[in-house]
Design a protein around this ligand. Structure first.
Ligand code: PLP
Length: 449
């Protein structure tokens, strides 16, 4: 850090402040964690100075022997961890991993009779445009953003909705759960090229065997984005019907959430898609990040150890305890609890938006994020929900008693927060959706606890 400070003292100060922030506020963001020091050190070094476009033993640059070793080792560890046929460890992020998976599936499955040529650069402009048209007409059926799906699953503000003719399935309005019969009916009607499962905010398990049956019935490729729960798969908590790797053709993930690795992405797939996935560079990305692949190698090795199974089990136990604690405190927990690492609290009944609740809790030392709920009247910006997760607090060694205490503090803060009244304009006199006031005594007590 001294070296950093010599060049840009402000950056060194921000790093130290971030360290303080992450140590002094309770990290309840469901998609965050604390990776190990070994992972961090593998990421922050001279490996960043190496270009290695291509894949192991097939590079566009000289001198890639060490990066070959790193990438091959990381891929082997990932295959072992998840029991996958093939692993591609280059994606810089979960969004990249999804783009690579989409294009790999399109490349493998979309072939027009006129286009026998497999090398796109050899196509005439006319044939290339025919192919682009064909690719753009393919259908994607993924989970609706408001039901917990991710932006990259065909949300209109994301490029995935421009690449595909995108459709979505949602949760049942009454139960808040996925309805497999309804999904099957929709899939039969739409006949997507890709049926996609996976979420950012859904607190219950998904039956991937059932999804695969649906995909097979309609001739779709079954893809799962396990970005959020990869650690629970690696740790054996999600097994059998609930293990996506056993049932999907292609699985993508981030490496930094429950999996507790560096910020990055990963694609796993069966043999049919391996060659196409390996073309992620140059299909989507340029040079991979050797330092991040080294850090992934460390994190996958850590996750292959027996202790990780215990960690994954405790994440889920803690989330269940936190959900029960919130219910006991009188808070409204979506679907009545959780079976994974996250839970959703509905704050609408407290007269708050998710945005106000998020900010009030942050003022009181708890970092979590607002989240829209299914059929949310407050939309994606203000929202009516909060998403809480236990991967990071579990890494810190917290257990059920701490979860109950967290639930009590969340309740204390939320019930002592009021929206401010809008002073002027067309909405004068109405409660603000953004501004709020936390009772100072409750704030002091929350911070002290
Ligand atoms: N997929 C899912 C399900 C996610 O929840 C996220 C991130 O939150 C992503 C993909 C994107 O990951 P990244 O932020 O690494 O691009």
């Amino acid at each position: 850090l001294t070296e950093v400070a010599k060049v840009a003292p402000g950056i060194a100060r921000s790093i130290v402040k971030e360290l303080r922030d992450q140590r002094s506020n309770l990290k309840l963001i469901a998609s965050e964690n604390y990776c190990s020091l070994a992972t961090q050190l593998a990421m922050g070094n001279l490996l960043t100075d190496k270009y290695a476009e291509g894949f192991p033993e097939h590079r566009f640059y000289a001198g890639c022997d060490n990066v070959d070793d790193i990438e091959s080792y990381a891929a082997e560890q990932a295959k072992q961890l998840f029991g996958a046929d093939h692993a591609y460890v280059q994606p810089h992020s979960g969004a990249d991993a999804n783009l690579i998976a989409y294009w790999a599936i399109l490349s493998a499955r979309v072939k027009t009779p006129a286009l026998g040529e497999t090398d796109p650069s050899k196509l005439s402009r006319e044939d290339w445009n025919k192919l682009r048209h064909e690719l753009g007409n393919q259908r994607l059926l993924g989970m609706d953003y408001y039901s917990g799906g991710h932006l990259t699953h065909g949300y209109r503000q994301n490029v995935s909705a421009q690449m595909f003719d995108a459709y979505s399935y949602g949760v049942n309005r009454e139960t808040g759960l996925l309805d497999y019969e309804a999904i099957e009916a929709l899939a039969r009607e739409i006949k997507p090229l890709i049926l996609l499962a996976g979420y950012s905010a859904y607190p219950r398990p998904i039956n991937f065997r059932r999804f695969r049956e649906i995909a097979d019935k309609v001739g779709a490729v079954f893809m799962v984005d396990m970005a959020h729960f990869a650690g629970l798969v690696a740790g054996g908590v999600f097994s059998g019907d609930f293990n996506p790797v056993a049932h999907a053709h292609v699985v993508t993930t981030t490496t930094h959430k429950t999996l507790r690795g560096p910020r990055g992405g990963l694609v796993l797939c069966c043999a049919e898609f391996a060659e196409h996935v390996d073309k992620g560079c140059p299909l989507v990305i340029g040079g991979p990040l050797p330092q991040v692949m080294a850090a992934k190698a460390i994190a996958f090795t850590e996750a292959n150890r027996p202790e990780f199974k215990d960690y994954a089990r405790r994440i889920v136990q803690n989330a269940a305890a936190l959900a029960q604690g919130c219910i006991d405190e009188g808070l409204t927990v979506a679907t009545g609890g959780t079976d994974n690492h996250l839970l959703l609290i509905n704050v609408h009944g407290l007269g708050l938006t998710g945005r106000q609740a998020e900010s009030a809790l942050r003022e009181c030392g708890m970092t979590l994020n607002r989240n829209s709920l299914p059929f949310d009247p407050n939309g994606a910006w203000y929202t009516s929900g909060l998403r809480l997760g236990t991967p990071a607090t579990t890494t810190l060694g917290m257990a059920e008693p701490e979860m109950r205490e967290i639930a009590a503090i969340v309740k204390l803060v939320l019930t002592h927060t009021r929206p401010e009244t809008i002073a002027t304009g067309a909405n004068a006199g109405k409660p603000s959706k953004a501004k709020y006031m936390v009772d100072p005594a409750a704030k002091a007590e929350a911070k002290a606890r």
